[in-house]
Design a protein around this ligand. Structure first.
Ligand code: ZN
Length: 165
């Protein structure tokens, strides 16, 4: 399965709203397999289809935690967010070199479809909740740098410009 090119900040595909997948097909499964390979090649814990240039609502997640199997979700929807918030450092394969503390709900419940088209609902806290929110954000064209204060965002973008100069 080929590793696909990860699109970087500045690529318009990262800012577009991804389209729902009408049917989980062999093509979807091939995309998911490539996304896993790409995520592992880049040492990530999650990846969304727009990050490989595909405007479809597909994510893969592997928080690399004991007892947690890697999984893909098609058309994921966040059903519930905890009132409790949590702050933790985040990065993004599409913005390599940048990390920042992001505050998000500590827990979420997400519904979607697995790679066989079966509906699944899962709840998570900690890293898995963070990755799920980060990846679902990607499907709506939202990046983690949009989830920090305007001042911090400006500093991050300035650093990004220096890194990519
Ligand atoms: Zn990301």
């Amino acid at each position: 399965m080929p590793v696909r090119e990860v699109r970087l900040l500045g690529d318009p595909v990262l800012r577009r709203t991804a389209q729902p997948v009408a049917e989980v097909s062999d093509e979807t499964r091939a995309l998911i397999a490539d996304m896993f390979d790409t995520m592992y090649a880049e040492d990530g814990v999650g990846l969304a289809a727009p990050q490989v240039g595909v405007g479809q609502r597909v994510i893969v997640v592997d928080p690399r935690e004991e007892g947690v199997q890697p999984f893909a979700l098609v058309n994921p929807v966040i059903l519930e967010r905890s009132v409790e918030l949590e702050r933790a450092e985040e990065g993004c394969l599409s913005i390599p070199g940048l990390k920042e503390i992001v505050e998000r709900p500590a827990g979420v419940t997400v519904r979607g479809f697995d790679e066989h088209g079966a509906e699944v609902t899962l709840s998570g806290t900690g890293l898995i909740a963070r990755v799920l929110q980060h990846e679902v954000d990607h499907l709506d064209g939202i990046l983690f740098i949009d989830r920090v204060s305007p001042l911090k965002r400006k500093l991050l973008i300035d650093r990004w410009k220096k890194l990519t100069r």
